[in-house]
Design a protein around this ligand. Structure first.
Ligand code: HEC
Length: 164
């Protein structure tokens, strides 16, 4: 179940284009109803808030901070990492076969982070460190924020697994 085998579907370079956010084509008028616009915040810059724990390489720290590189929670359904940022995470969680049992604070409530910022940082994380999962849109974040609005405690692994 390794998520980062590489070389299967795309033979392209991993995440080479995520460093400079080249502006999208200005003439491309996207119908808002079907295609949600991409985030405009700078995900790489926001990742500076995550780096102290998850490290610049996304490798985390063994026994303390789980890796984002190759993490099934990062690259799986986007609702899961979105919920982690909005509500925090606590208790035992297995990441790449290793167990962690700690606590991460919420970014959506205690430390205000807009839908746009959550989308940007997750898009960055999902396309960096060898990860190649699809971008996260602000609309996806808004949806999870609304669906979990009544939540007052951090997420747990079990809660995450219930999200699709
Ligand atoms: C103060 C340290 C700290 C900071 C800062 C932090 N995290 Fe975490 N993060 C943790 C810990 C600890 C866990 C595991 C919590 C547990 O054991 O339940 C975790 C778990 C996660 C997970 C799920 C497990 C995994 O490795 O995939 C994701 C995704 C994640 N963090 C993303 C982020 C992002 C994105 C940011 C920045 C916006 C961030 N974290 C900032 C400490 C931190």
């Amino acid at each position: 179940m390794t998520a980062c085998g590489g070389g299967d579907k795309s033979a392209s370079t991993p995440a080479a284009d995520s460093t400079t956010a080249t502006a999208p084509a200005p003439t491309d008028t996207t119908p808002a109803a079907t295609v949600a616009s991409a985030s405009t915040a700078n995900g790489e810059e926001i990742y500076g808030r995550c780096m102290a724990c998850h490290q610049a390489t996304g490798a985390g720290m063994p026994g303390a901070f789980p890796p984002l590189a190759g993490s099934e929670w990062v690259t799986g359904p986007s609702s899961r990492p979105i919920a982690i940022l909005l509500h925090g995470l606590q208790g035992e969680i297995t990441v790449k076969g290793e167990k962690y049992n700690s606590m991460m604070m919420a970014y959506g409530t205690n430390v205000p982070m807009s839908d746009d910022e959550v989308a940007a940082v997750l898009t960055y994380v999902r396309s960096s460190f060898g990860n190649s999962a699809p971008a996260v849109t602000p609309a996806e974040v808004a949806k999870v924020r609304a669906a979990t609005a009544s939540r007052t405690t951090p997420m747990t692994q079990k809660d995450l697994e219930a999200l699709q």
